[in-house]
Design a protein around this ligand. Structure first.
Ligand SMILES: Cc1cc2nc3c(=O)[nH]c(=O)nc-3n(C[C@H](O)[C@H](O)[C@H](O)COP(=O)(O)O)c2cc1C
Length: 189
C-alpha cells in the first residue's frame, strides 16, 4: 500500500510541509509506504486546454511526466496546500489541471482515496473552501474523498497560523491520516 503526499507550498520548511510531514509520519507508523511530492521542486507548465492528452501524451514535455506514474501507483493521495486568496495555490491548481490526462485516458485514479490539508494564516481564512477545491478534484477524478473521520468528520485537516503550534489543527491532520489509512486498508482487503 502506498500513500502519496503532494505539497503545494512554494516555501521550504513551511507550515504545509510540516503538516504534510506530520500526516505522512502517522501513515508510516501504520506500516504503509509513503512518498512526498514537493511541487516547488518540479517544473510544471500550465495546461493549455488543447486536449492533445486524449491521444495519451501531453504537449508539454516537462516534469509532470515524472509525477504521473506515482499517482497511478498510489492507493491514497493527500493534497496539502497553503490557502492563497481563499483557495489552493497556483502550484496545486496547475498540478490538478495537468492530471486531467489521467481522467481523459480511462480515469486512472478511479477508486483511490483522497484527503486534503489546508494551511491558512488566519481562522476562517478560506481553509474550508481550499479543502473543497481538493475534494472537487478527487470527485472529478472518480476518487473517494475522506473527512477527518468519525467523531469529528469535517472537511479534512485545517491548520491556522504556525502548524507546529496548532494543537487542534494537528489533531485534524492526525485524524485525516488515520481515516485515509483505514480507507486504503479496507480497499486492499
Ligand atoms: C499570496 C498569499 C495569499 C494568502 N492568502 C491567504 C488567505 O486567503 N487566507 C489565509 O488564511 N491565509 C492566507 N495566506 C497565508 C498563508 O496561507 C499562510 O501563511 C500559510 O501558513 C502558508 O503556508 P506555508 O508556510 O506552507 O507556505 C496567504 C499567503 C500568501 C503568500
Amino acid at each position: 500500500m502506498l500513500i502519496v503526499g503532494v505539497n503545494g507550498s512554494p516555501r521550504v520548511d513551511g507550515n504545509t510541509e510540516f503538516a504534510l510531514g506530520y500526516a505522512l509520519e502517522q501513515v508510516k507508523s501504520k506500516g504503509i509506504e509513503i512518498e512526498t511530492i514537493n511541487l516547488r521542486d518540479h517544473e510544471l507548465r500550465y495546461c493549455q486546454g488543447c486536449f492533445a492528452c486524449r491521444n495519451g501524451t501531453c504537449v508539454h514535455d516537462d516534469e509532470m511526466k515524472d509525477l504521473l506514474p506515482l499517482l497511478e501507483k498510489c492507493d491514497g493521495l493527500i493534497l496539502a496546500s497553503p490557502v492563497y486568496m481563499g483557495m489552493v495555490t497556483s502550484q496545486m491548481k496547475t498540478f490538478m489541471d495537468r492530471s486531467v490526462i489521467l481522467r481523459v485516458n480511462g480515469f486512472k485514479l478511479s477508486g483511490k482515496i483522497g484527503g486534503g490539508i489546508a494551511c491558512g494564516g488566519f481562522r476562517n481564512g478560506g481553509q474550508e473552501l481550499t479543502l473543497q477545491n481538493m475534494q472537487t478534484f478527487f470527485l472529478q477524478q472518480d476518487m473517494m474523498a475522506v473527512s477527518d473521520g468519525p467523531r469529528f468528520s469535517h472537511s479534512g485537516a485545517a491548520i491556522v497560523a504556525t502548524a507546529a503550534e496548532d494543537e487542534v489543527g494537528l489533531r485534524t491532520v492526525k485524524h485525516l491520516a488515520d481515516r485515509l489509512c483505514k480507507g486504503v486498508s479496507d480497499l486492499s482487503n
